[in-house]
Design a protein around this ligand. Structure first.
Ligand code: TRP
Length: 332
């Protein structure tokens, strides 16, 4: 009999432009995980409203993100792909977990501190309890692994603490999830400030590549990429701009960094930037074509997320039922 695969859960926020950073750091790896794990992917729309959103935009961004995930290779035959808000158990378990999480623990979260500073006029309770909702996302599905970037490691650690605490208070209920940290190419830097992570909120649009950027825009942004004054293509400490270009090149071509460095031996930065830009554009082209297709076939996208949510809801309900019983709620 086929051995049952371990389960992976991950989610991504529909907060706007999807960048090459999101793709290289997360999405691309999700696609690969599908062979090894039983994957559950969610659009974390409940998390997104911890920062004020324009309703029409949030709706559009959620659909675009679903279409883009399908375009990059998330396969609904293998994986579940749905919106967090469509599976009501997420919010319900989050409430219970709030009662098993200390204010002190939540106050220590660096993302809470950062976001509070950034959105000083809207430090809402949701922003504070954001990690307990994330714990609920993961624990509902008894996920064995959670692919996360560096910035979410602390939240995952808290999810593990909450799971252990609940299991120790009652009896084994939750699977304690392991982080699955992405190695090579996990961190894409801004093309304009290569010491900072590539971000869609970069005030300089040349700092990031949107997955929907057309070829000429991609090439132009790479041509303007900030490098250094040494004029030698090498991968080493201190050469942040060049390291970033080589990393991106290595990921989109599948070549090793060493091979990439050899390829540019004796060549200038102009050559490097153009070649990387062209390689990125070529890599994104089939993804962009599929994206256009899914955006034109919204009914299909809706069918995928509706079916997935129905299946997810059944798994989630079985966990929630156990939790409700353990904490002592009367069964109906
Ligand atoms: N907070 C994550 C982020 O912004 C998204 C997320 C929500 C998530 N729920 C999750 C990631 C559960 C992993 C597991 O990147």
């Amino acid at each position: 009999m086929e051995q049952t695969k371990k389960r992976s859960f991950s989610a991504i926020q529909p907060s706007g432009t999807i960048t090459l950073g999101n793709y290289m750091g997360a999405i691309r790896n999700w696609v690969k995980l599908q062979d090894e794990f039983e994957c559950i992917f969610a659009i974390a729309d409940l998390h997104t409203i911890t920062v004020r959103q324009e309703p029409a935009k949030l709706r559009a961004h959620s659909l675009e993100l679903l279409a883009m995930l399908l375009a990059t290779g998330i396969d609904p035959e293998k994986s579940l792909l749905f919106c967090q808000s469509h599976v009501h158990q997420h919010a319900e378990l989050a409430w219970v977990l709030n009662c098993y999480t200390q204010m002190g623990e939540l106050s220590r979260m660096t993302q809470f501190k950062d976001k509070s500073a950034k959105h000083a006029n809207n430090i809402n309770a949701g922003l504070f309890t954001y990690p307990t909702l994330m714990a609920a996302d993961i624990l509902l599905y008894k996920a064995d692994i959670v692919p996360v970037g560096e910035d979410q490691k602390q939240h995952l650690e808290l999810s593990r603490d909450i799971a252990n605490r609940f299991n120790n208070t009652y009896s084994d209920t939750f699977t304690v999830p392991e982080p699955y940290i992405v190695k090579a190419g996990g961190r894409v830097m801004s093309l304009q400030t290569p010491t900072a992570k590539m971000s869609k909120s970069d005030p300089n649009e040349n700092g990031f590549i949107a997955l929907t950027d057309p070829e000429d825009v991609i090439i132009r942004k790479f041509k303007r990429a900030v490098t250094d004054s040494e004029a030698v293509v090498e991968y080493r400490e201190g050469k942040d701009g060049i390291n970033n270009l080589l990393t991106i090149y290595s990921v989109v071509t599948g070549k090793s960094i060493e091979d990439a460095v050899k390829e540019f031996e004796g060549k200038g930065y102009g050559d490097l930037k153009l070649t990387v830009g062209q390689a990125v554009a070529a890599h994104l082209k089939p993804i962009q074509e599929k994206y256009e297709y899914f955006m034109k076939n919204k009914d299909y996208v809706a069918e995928v997320y509706t079916k997935s949510a129905d299946i997810a809801s059944k798994i989630a309900q079985s966990t929630l039922r156990k939790v409700y019983k353990k904490v002592g709620f009367l069964q109906k």
